[in-house]
Design a protein around this ligand. Structure first.
Ligand code: FES
Ligand code: FES
Length: 163
């Protein structure tokens, strides 16, 4: 099949990539650009393992055409660290043992980033609603939720200190 050259903006960098019109963003990220942090599990938008941000909005890259993503800024788990340091949510995952096998972790973290960008002070039900499409097969939800709550507190206190 004929390939077209498109430009994707990912984690603050422009990438030119030759793709078929039916190429899915997850495949382009993982196979063409070696950004393998976004994971493939269900392949039908039902587990959240492949979640990335498209202009800050959490989207599942396993069912998103790459060609439709020319223009917006795409953020993957590889772009979440801040100036070489772990983001608050990454650090909190480590501190609270939020990851077991870790396969679902990038998707959860991307969804939390999107939630906090939209609502820096989410209630427990806001958090649960936002994460309702992310599944963990290891079922370690308690530590994960502790990590998320702790990251929210850390981000709030960092914002207060910088005022
Ligand atoms: S792999 Fe995309 S939602 Fe499951
Ligand atoms: S930590 Fe293993 S799938 Fe979630």
């Amino acid at each position: 099949m004929k390939k077209e050259l498109i430009e994707l903006r990912i984690n603050g960098r422009a990438h030119e990539v030759a793709i078929e019109s039916s190429a899915l963003l997850l495949d382009v990220l993982r196979q063409d650009l070696q950004l393998t942090g976004s994971k493939r599990a269900c392949d039908d938008s039902s587990c959240g393992a492949c979640t990335v941000l498209v202009d800050g909005v959490a989207m599942m890259s396993c069912t998103l055409l790459a060609a439709s993503c020319e223009g917006p800024e795409i953020t993957t788990i590889e772009g979440v660290s801040e100036h070489g340091s772990l983001a608050a949510i990454q650090k909190a995952y480590g501190d609270w043992g939020g990851a077991q096998c870790g396969y679902c972790t990038p998707g959860f973290i991307m969804t939390v980033k999107s939630l906090l960008a939209e609502n820096p002070d989410p209630s427990e039900s806001d958090i649960r609603d936002a994460l309702s499409s992310n599944l963990c097969r290891c079922t370690g939800y308690n530590q994960m939720y502790e990590a998320i709550r702790s990251a929210i507190v850390a981000e709030r206190s960092a914002a207060t200190n910088s005022e």
